[in-house]
Structures are given as C-alpha cells and as structure tokens.
Design a protein around this ligand. Sequence first.
Ligand code: CTP
Length: 404
Amino acid sequence: MVLSGKRILLIISGGIAAYKSLDLIRRLRERGAEVRPLMTEASQRFITPLSVGALSGGHVYTELFSREDEQDIGHIRLARDCDMVLAAPATADLMAKMAHGLANDLASTMLLAADRPVLIAPAMNPKMWSHPATQRNVETLRADGISMIGPMEGKMAESGEKGLGRMAEPLDIVAAVEALLAPGVRPLAGRRAIVTSGPTHEPIDPVRYIANRSSGQQGHAIAQALQALGAEVTLVSGPVTIADPVGVTTLHVETAEQMLQAVTASLPTDIAVMVAAVADWRVATGHDQKIKKLPGGAPPPLVLAENPDILKTVGHHARRPAVVVGFAAETQDIEANGRAKLVRKGADLIVANDVSPSTGIMGGSRNRVKLISADGVEDWPELSKQEVAARLAAWIAAKLPRQG
Ligand code: CTP
C-alpha cells in the first residue's frame, strides 16, 4: 500500500465540505495511512468528533488547553509526530490565520508549529475565494511553501452559487498526498497520455442535440489515475457536469468531429485511452435555424451520417501511441464483440463492460469490466470507477516498453 506507515495529521476546519473529510479519512486509511484528526470548534457544528473518531480509529484532538491531551501528547509534539499535515477543508479563516501566523486555537497552533510538509484543500464560497484578501493569503501561503489542491469549479452545496470554491474530491486529495509522501511511486513520469471521456453532443438544430448517458466518471478517473502515476495527461472531454481532474490539461469539446481533431492534434503521445461514448452518427442535414412544427405537418426526417471513429483513427495512425486502449460498451456477447473491436480498431486492449440498463454502469459510480487483449481475457470484480482507473493505469504502466 502506497501510504503504509505514513502518519497524517488531518485538520478539519469548519465548512460544509467537512462532511467529505469523513470519506477522506476512509480513503487515506484504505491506502495504509494512519490518520490523526484534529477538529476546530466550527467544524464540530458540521460533523461530530464521534464520527471522525470512529472512522479514524483513534483519538480526536479538539482543544488547545486540554490537560488530558497535553499529557497524552504535547501540542508541539502533535504537530511534529507525523509525516505531513493536511488541512481539509481549509476555510478562508484558517488560511488567513496561517498566512498571518496566528495561533489562537489548536489547528492554527499546529500549523505554526509544524515542521513537516503541509497540504491544504481550500473550500469556501466563490466570492470569499476570489476576494483580494483571500487571494493575498493564497500568494503568501504559496510563497511559504504550503501545497494546495483545489478549490474546484462547481455548485456550492449551501447556496447553489457556481464558481471556484468547492473542495477537491477526496480521491484527488489522496492523490496529492501520495505525490507528497510517496513521490517515488511514479512509473509514468516523463510519459504523455491522451484520454477521451464523456458523451458527445451532435446538434440537430441550434437548440436540440443527440446525446447518450455517459457521465464521464470513468474517463475522468482514468485521466486522474494516469496523472497520479506521473504521466502528463491531456483529457478531451465531451459535455459533462463533473469537475476537471486536478493536474490534467482538459480540453472541452462537443461533437465527435471536434473530439477527433483535439485528439489527433495532441499526438504523439505514449498512451491513448479512448473512453468517450462517441456518438456513432451525426445529423447530416445541418439546420442553422430551429426546426419548427408546422400545423398538420409530418415530423421532420433526420438524416444521419457516420461519425469518424476516433479510436480506430488513433489505432492506425502513423504516430500511433505505444499503448492504445479502447472501451467496449456492450449489452450482449461481451467477449466476442470485444475481441472483434480489438482487431478492427487496432487497439492493444479493450476494456469491455456490460452496459445493459440493469447493471447501472452507465452514469453509475461502479463498474465491472473484462480486459481483452492478445494475451487473453482478464475478468475483474465489481469495483468503483476510481479503482478500475487505478488498476488500469498500473496495467498500462506495466505494458509500456521501457524508455531509453
Ligand atoms: N469510439 C471512438 N469513436 C467513435 C466510436 C467509438 O473513438 N466514433 C471508441 C470509444 O471511445 C470506445 C470504443 O471506440 O473506446 C468502442 O465504442 P463502442 O461504441 O462500444 O463501439 P462501436 O465502434 O461504436 O461499435 P458498435 O456500435 O458496433 O458496438
């Protein structure tokens, strides 16, 4: 396990994103880390020390002048008896305290006394984030050598407001922790990868389009997993509602033709993983104006034309990446169809999954796949899409010819 034996002092400050810290603790522990949580007073209004303690499996530190805690472990030692300090969520208030060296509660005291790497995951209202005062503090903290992940673009939980301010997702924070604590585990350093993700939208007229149920979760997770192993990743994404992965160059497109263009312009790369659910057809008869219903008229005919096959183009390209991976969304004969696609599209691997509605895979958060390659078929158990992504990234790293 990547974080085996690593001790993380986790500071949870008071914002609605605190609920994500519970998942974060679980994810860190899954990877072998020991998490020692510290909660500010405000954070205890959002989640309880009881749940934090239950998930971390140990004591939760809450008070600066607690005789019990001081006897157990003095507050200066608490700040140093760890491999890193992680503040998630880090509120505007906590960041302001850090930037100005205040130490008027346990969290700010720890951050001032710590002599270990510090990573913070800011989370706040977008207006608070963009306020010049916060931005000044961000600059100061960066100059002080504090690492930062996020905030992300998105809808705020409490106000529905959109903008930068959402805390990075727990798995992205874990990837940033791993990059800080286990920088050696980066077998894809120096490699380039291109990933497609999400659906495409094929316009019928200026207001209507043909689409599919792809959410982009699997493709985005793969881009993130390749990045976590050190690759320089370009993600070409169709229209999705999930956040861009951290540390990945994301290009947003709508149609299959735009996606093909963005992909071929990004070549050469070492790795290509084509996950997007590209629409097989586009509407041939372009309509510049909205199609109107005519009284008593028949429904308009839709004439379709075949879209370019992006995976096939990449698989047979003059600058073909060393490892080309495709997905096969099937509802029957998964293996036979997967094998045929492997050959037809010039791929090294087809990740085949059953997308029958009963599986809930399309748009869901879990996946069950078969890996079909020249070596045979590998059947993976049902996993989260993040786990599929991490395993696949490791598979690709192992498959890649050695450099130099
Ligand atoms: N793909 C692509 N460009 C397309 C169609 C598909 O790059 N125009 C890629 C997908 O990203 C995926 C793989 O091809 O990696 C398989 O897609 P799928 O829709 O399952 O296969 P099709 O080629 O469309 O075959 P069929 O519809 O007959 O199953």
